[in-house]
Design a protein. Structure first.
Length: 366
């Protein structure tokens, strides 16, 4: 361990938020990092810089965190950690309750329980702002709870159960849609779909309208907030994370138009409501089927045989559900957002990350 720097255990370290957190902590010499994930760094589609950090500076440990016995071994041989940050959980939409119960709820509660046994100074759980009732009015931390995705339902159950773990000093964060380098499920599918429409030469049409709220927060600010909360905030507190831009579908589409040189449109509420009445399963299937073939052609034409990126959109994310989040509460602790809003340049940053790793086809970004 280097000097007197605090020790941080990052759970889910090779995932989207995890890799950015490890990079932030190590690149800024903030902490000694033990990075844990079931996926090895060289199999996680990391950038060259990230892979070097994992291999040369992080203490990487491969563990399947759904196994409580595996979690306990992280403290073997007298190991201890000042802070434990949990970004490990199933992030793909569309699974059944059994999957989320194991890979979201059981995993998180077991990790928190073990952290409490070893008296860590703080355990930070990354939840989601999808726990709030859908509304176009921004929800603060006391907003009405009405989870509208299965992931959110089990994340909220985790939040409730953390309070009953004896001796656990913890904080929960509820981010809005997280985007940035490494993102695969936030804004990423919309960028990929936009590239597909550029390839086909057609306008990109979305359900509902431009005013549908899809509030966002850049991963740079998420990882900065996680580090800030290691030493700030009250035990058991909840903090939203969301930028100042009040992102909606119209703003995202404008960025996509500038980024890709495409035209975008909306079906509007009447047509969208009629379509959803047919059944979101059917609508989702039609939408995704339309994107699969051109995406496969686009990647193969650029010599990309395998990529984790996908244009797939789950039905839970295609509904008329506003995500409007007030992320100002954490600012009372002295935290300041450095990425105030979603911009075309920030999406270009995402595209460059995946183009450089040869996972997104070149030639589509203006």
């Amino acid at each position: 361990m280097e000097g007197d720097k605090p020790s941080v255990l990052v759970l889910g370290a090779t995932g989207f938020i995890g890799r950015n957190l490890v990079r932030h902590l190590l690149s800024n010499n903030l902490a000694n990092v033990t990075a844990v994930d079931k996926q090895l760094p060289n199999c996680a589609y990391l950038s060259q810089e990230e892979e070097a950090l994992f291999n040369e500076r992080a203490n990487f440990v491969q563990k399947n965190l759904v196994n409580p016995a595996a979690i306990a071994t992280l403290w073997d041989d007298g190991k201890n950690y000042d802070y434990v940050i949990n970004v490990a959980a199933e992030t793909k939409y569309g699974h059944n309750d059994d999957v989320y119960k194991e890979r979201v709820h059981h995993l998180s509660v077991a990790c928190a329980t073990e952290a409490a046994k070893h008296n860590v100074k703080r355990f930070i759980e990354v939840s989601t702002a999808q726990v709030y009732e859908p509304s176009n009015k921004a929800k603060n931390e006391s907003g009405r709870i009405e989870p509208w995705t299965n992931i959110a339902k089990w994340k909220h159950q985790v939040e409730q159960d953390l309070a009953s773990i004896s001796g656990l000093n913890y904080v929960v964060v509820r981010p809005s849609v997280v985007y940035g380098p490494g993102d695969r499920t936030g804004i990423a599918p919309r960028v990929i779909c936009g590239a597909i429409y550029k390839y086909t030469g057609k306008a990109m049409k979305l359900l509902w309208n431009a005013e549908l709220k899809v509030n966002t927060v850049h991963v740079h600010d998420v990882v900065r907030a996680l580090w800030h909360l290691c030493s700030h905030g009250e035990n058991g507190a909840v903090y939203n994370l969301s930028d100042k831009g009040d992102t909606d579908q119209g703003k995202i589409n404008k960025c996509l138009e500038d980024l890709l040189g495409i035209k975008t449109k909306f079906y509007g509420k009447i047509v969208s409501s009629t379509a959803s009445a047919i059944g979101m399963d059917e609508i989702t299937s039609r939408v995704n089927d339309k994107h699969v073939a051109p995406w496969s052609k686009m990647t193969k034409e650029k010599g990309i045989d395998i990529t984790p990126l996908s244009p797939y959109l789950d039905k839970e994310l295609l509904g008329n559900t506003n995500l409007s989040v007030d992320g100002s509460g954490i600012e009372a602790l002295g935290f300041r957002y450095e990425v105030p809003e979603l911009t075309t340049e920030r999406l270009r940053e995402w595209a460059q990350y995946f183009t450089q790793t040869k996972l997104f086809p070149e030639g589509y970004i203006q």
